[in-house]
Design a protein around this ligand. Structure first.
Ligand code: IPM
Ligand code: MG
Length: 360
């Protein structure tokens, strides 16, 4: 089996955190002789600088050819004022869409060692383990028509469209149910069916799919209530399945329950398990180049890559264990720092995980 990985460090803290994740990947590569072949290219602002667009066709061609993509993060103030259709974020949306990565898995797991870093009381978040399944290639992010037009009265009007077809809803619902089956068999579908037609259809189709999964307990929740419940009683959730934009928002919110968005990995999968793996956080331009960002979300994304694309759960478990052991030692990057712990740099955190991994 070919094992090619395209590495797209991107912008801001992207290159720093990806460098640490690659160290971890190399250890696994050596330990299990997996023969991974790594290719590197640019995305986002870095690609705008190199190719004049946030995702060059040649880069996309490579992404199509490899088995998995490891991505850092995109965007930054340098490119905030450029033309809308070559903004760094467009590169990310284009690669998700062109690779058909419709299923975005965003776990929010609280490492017990970080309970005090959460903004909620420890009793509300201890043992928290939620999986958000976000639809990633449809909805308002891609819907047409969209744009900024000038009305007859001379005012400009921005507009977007939120379409979801039955097949798009069905396939993401199926992922939600499949994930629930592997976990605590509870699925909460989040929508805004009291207001939006696309959500009404969403709910209808999710109910239809539910008939194929009688052992999963399905509930529906409006997104505003879900946002509230996530901070009121987060442990009521097991798997949440939701659309592109709601998933974007709720996954940031869920991440904070765990202490830091710097801890959360993600996997974006197509129909065949090919995937792109990236931290759930952004490019954090304010701390870029300072060697202080938390590399753990990217390292944990490598674990997801090994689990979902390369079907190598053993090595994925090992990485997760090594991260836990590193936290046990009290090592913390600034974002998860708490009293009595030792503050370390991005590279020191990566090296510490590598050291733990080598002992396992
Ligand atoms: C995310 C990010 C992206 C999104 C941005 C950078 C386009 O916020 O992956 O959650 O909105 O999907
Ligand atoms: Mg987001």
């Amino acid at each position: 089996m070919s094992k090619k990985i395209l590495v797209l460090p991107g912008d801001g803290i992207g290159p720093e955190i990806v460098a640490e994740a690659i160290k971890v990947l190399q250890v696994i590569n050596d330990k299990y002789t997996l023969n991974f072949e790594l290719i590197e290219d640019a995305i986002g602002g870095a690609a705008v600088d190199r190719y004049g667009e946030p995702l060059a066709d040649s880069t996309l061609a490579k992404a199509k050819e490899v088995d998995a993509v490891l991505l850092g993060a995109v965007g930054g103030p340098k490119w905030d004022t450029i033309e809308r259709n070559i903004r760094p974020e467009r590169g990310l949306l284009k690669i998700r869409s062109a690779l058909g990565l419709f299923a975005n898995l965003r776990p929010a797991i609280l490492y017990p060692q970080l309970a005090s870093a959460s903004s909620l009381k420890a009793e509300f978040v201890a043992g928290l383990d939620i999986l958000i399944v976000r639809e990633l290639t449809g909805g308002i992010y891609f819907g047409e028509p969209r744009g900024i037009r000038t009305l007859e009265n001379g005012q400009r009007q921005g507009y977007n469209t939120l379409p979801y077809s039955e097949s798009e809803i069905r396939r993401i619902a199926q992922v939600g149910f499949e994930m629930a089956l592997l976990r605590n068999k509870k699925l909460c579908s989040v929508d805004k069916a009291n207001v939006m037609e696309s959500s009404q259809l969403w709910r209808e189709i999710v109910n239809e799919v539910a008939r194929e999964y009688p052992s999963v307990e399905l509930s529906h929740m409006y997104v505003d209530n879900a946002a509230m419940q996530l901070v009121r009683l987060p442990k009521q959730f097991d798997v949440i399945v939701t659309d592109n934009m709601f998933g974007d928002i709720l996954s940031d919110q869920a991440s904070m329950l765990t202490g830091s968005i710097g801890m959360l990995p993600s996997a974006s999968l197509d129909e065949n398990g090919k995937g792109m793996y990236e931290p759930s956080h952004g490019s954090a331009p304010d701390i870029a180049g300072k060697n202080i960002a938390n590399p753990l979300a990217t390292i944990l994304s490598v674990a997801m890559m090994l689990r979902y694309t390369f079907k190598h759960p053993e090595s994925a478990n090992l990485i997760e264990k090594a991260v836990g052991l590193t936290l046990d030692k009290g090592l913390r990057t600034a974002d998860i720092m708490s009293m009595g712990c030792e503050k370390v740099s991005t590279s020191a955190m990566g090296n510490a995980v590598v050291a733990e991994l080598k002992k396992l």
